[in-house]
Ligand binder design. Structure first.
Ligand SMILES: Cc1cc2nc3c(=O)[nH]c(=O)nc-3n(C[C@H](O)[C@H](O)[C@H](O)COP(=O)(O)OP(=O)(O)OC[C@H]3O[C@@H](n4cnc5c(N)ncnc54)[C@H](O)[C@@H]3O)c2cc1C
Length: 265
């Protein structure tokens, strides 16, 4: 089930160079939304909607939060919205993270790369002090949401490509280090495909169940047009998954992305 409607923006701020955060008052969507789902946003003058992950869900105030980076004309247009403007949303769409309960002594690790970090914040908020976030960015001026993860109680490791903040290098080095220490119940990841592939290889070698959120260019957002088709596995058979409807969150099994509805992880 999803809703389609016009909803007011309650606040919007720039949180880093070319990256913005906005809260939208949409109680019916906030009541249904799950971490890992996304909003498909219609912008004036554009035929196709733009998919943006749900970064925060506040059921008490009836709002969802989005965090987005200006990439092209659509997100540039979105960056010009102001408090009080209405946004045309189709949401919540897709399958979110499964977020199973962990044993008391287990941790959930969230591995995010760049603009892949936002959907992980809503998911980490479910685990609070049991969450560890490993967040990777190009440089210190691109860091987003690290303090938001801290404020929900998560332990945070920051990695930058140039070493300007935190560990110099890739998130996967830090991930391996934490997995070697043990006690990890599940890993959740979102970011560039190469990062997700390496994360999956590492977590499979440690036998830790993993969920990844994939990004593909999208058309309709509801599974009708198949623009976002990608190779995945379901019931042991290869199939072309629609990232919008079968994902964007997939499990990982034997080096392949698997549809979570049937396979679980
Ligand atoms: C499930 C999902 C969740 C996402 N969540 C976020 C988020 O939380 N924050 C964020 O900043 N970005 C997110 N993205 C990426 C975001 O949708 C694109 O950056 C955006 O659509 C680019 O539009 P544009 O008009 O600015 O760029 P253009 O390149 O001009 O877009 C042209 C067309 O390509 C599509 N497109 C371009 N890049 C992408 C892309 N990477 N993924 C999907 N479609 C693309 C656009 O929808 C549009 O139809 C997400 C993508 C997906 C699939």
């Amino acid at each position: 089930m999803y809703k389609c409607g016009s909803y007011p923006v309650t606040d919007k701020t720039a949180i880093s160079g070319g990256i913005f955060s906005a809260n939208i008052l949409c109680p019916d969507i906030a009541a249904m939304a799950k971490p890992g789902q996304f909003a498909h946003i219609k912008l004036e003058g554009f035929t196709l909607r733009r998919p943006i992950s749900i970064c925060g869900i506040d059921r008490v105030n009836g709002t969802i939060r989005i965090v987005f980076e200006v990439r092209g004309a659509g997100t540039a247009k979105l960056s010009h919205i102001n408090t009080g403007d209405n946004l045309d949303l189709l949401a919540p769409l897709g399958n979110g993270f499964t977020l199973p309960e962990l044993a008391e002594n287990e941790r959930a690790i969230f591995v995010g790369g760049g603009i892949g970090v936002p959907p992980l914040l809503a998911a980490a908020a479910v685990y609070r002090e049991q969450a560890t976030a490993i967040l990777g960015f190009r440089s210190y001026d691109k860091i987003i949401l690290a303090n938001d993860f801290r404020s929900i109680g998560a332990e945070v490791f920051t990695c930058t490509d140039d070493g300007s903040v935190g560990m110099k290098g890739q998130v996967t080095v830090q991930l391996k280090d934490l997995l070697q220490k043990g006690g990890v119940g599940r890993v959740f990841a979102c970011g560039p495909l190469a990062m997700l592939t390496t994360v999956s290889q590492i977590t499979e070698s440690f036998g830790v169940p993993t969920e990844v959120s994939l990004e593909e260019r999208m058309g309709c957002g509801v599974g009708a047009c198949a623009v976002c088709a990608c190779k995945a596995n379901k019931d042991g058979k290869a199939f072309m998954a629609r990232v919008c409807k079968d994902g964007p969150v997939f499990g990982v099994k034997n080096g392949e992305f698997v549809a979570l509805d049937k396979e679980g992880v």
